[in-house]
Write a protein that binds this ligand. Sequence first.
Ligand code: 5AD
Ligand code: SF4
Length: 468
Amino acid sequence: MNALPPLAASQTRPPAARRLHVVTWGCQMNVYDSGRMADVLAPLGFGPAASAEDADMVILNTCHIREHATEKLFSELGRLRRLKEARAAAGTRMLLAVAGCVAQAEGAEILRRAPYVDIVLGPQTYHRLPEMIAEAEHGGRAVIATEFPPESKFDHLPEAAMPAGGVTAFLAIQEGCDKFCSFCVVPYTRGVEASRPAEAVLAEARALVAAGAREITLLGQNVNAWHGDAPAGGEWNLARLLRALAEIPGLLRLRYTTSHPRDMDDALIAAHGDLPMLMPFLHLPVQSGADRILAAMNRRHTGADYLRLIERLRRARPDIALSSDFIVGYPGETAAEFAATLDLVREVGFAQAYSFKYSPRPGTPAATAPGQVPEPEKEARLAALQALLAAQQQTFNASLVGRRIGVLVTGRGRHRGQIAGRSPYLQAVHLDGPESLIGHEIEVTIAAAGPRSLAGERRAANEEHAAA
Ligand code: 5AD
Ligand code: SF4
């Protein structure tokens, strides 16, 4: 940083004189990273822009996990190029940056096809954004940073600045993945597993609570592999970290996502039983129900292992609801193997789940594996799986009707006099109530269930009768 050239006129403007627009695609980790990039740039005078049209800098934070990422990026870049040119014609400059996993995987290709991009930066280099901006503005050529530096980016990022009043917050505690599932780009784009020290996590959590957060979701590509330095020496696992977080006054709810079945250890399962504020909802990707496919995917667990795990979780926390990820049409998947996935889904009964057609990711082992499944077959399997999952979701939502559950009120509802919140199972809940309830967890009777959200009432059904 000390080798920076003198500030340009554009950098001497008062704080927030420049406006930043960040477009985020993909996972919650990207949402978190986008926030942190904005934090890093705030001291340079960047405030939020309403849209790309009135921004001085646009960052596209990309996701590479499934198909169409690259086409989507280049089509958005084409639009931004015209904006940038119009700006240049008017004598001002718009900086254009591409961040995230597509930047990491295809940085050179991006600059070849879109030479008007100023900065290409991988997820490990966000803390260096200020110097990259200086270099792009003064060096006159594109800056590319996609290396995996030996130090963790977590060590360099400022404490998260959270918009005041945000009742729910994300907190990244772990990044990267060493599992190398044969279909997945994450180990290549996000690098090896790195865990933040417990003290840094606790400090950020306390700051989030002080800023109004009541529910914190711990994030990581493989979050339950977290094992960080303990505050007083030694090492903690995720269960221990959750226990420490649970003691923060004012914090009402904890969640973590996303997990690998192999890292669900006894201590973590026990924590689900012992910590009421650890919400009874777990996203635990299984990908397939067929053991041969699971082995080919390098998941290193079987369908039966997964079912046993679910059974143990349910013993610890009987009301736990489950979510998962599935891939259909993995290379070589037969109709019978796909049917095994449907069987596993029927056996578990999911509250919700995500399912995807297998999409070959360049550089991953599965991309060149024999037996690629034809597109129409993938589509048919996806439709069948999604129909089953949607029916299970509807059944789960309907099972809550008439029940009284805790709802964390997160904000105003769609209509006047309405508020919106979150159930323990991550469903959106709408109800009538005053805004003064925002930030509080209240008891709500579920009156109706839609496919994606619930309608609730603050009074219990029996109070309703008494009042009638
Ligand atoms: N094709 C389809 N789905 C994928 N996922 C990861 N890589 C691929 C791929 N190549 C899915 C997995 C993972 C989720 C985040 O995205 O189900 O759990
Ligand atoms: Fe990708 Fe998750 Fe497998 Fe890691 S565990 S390689 S992030 S699918």
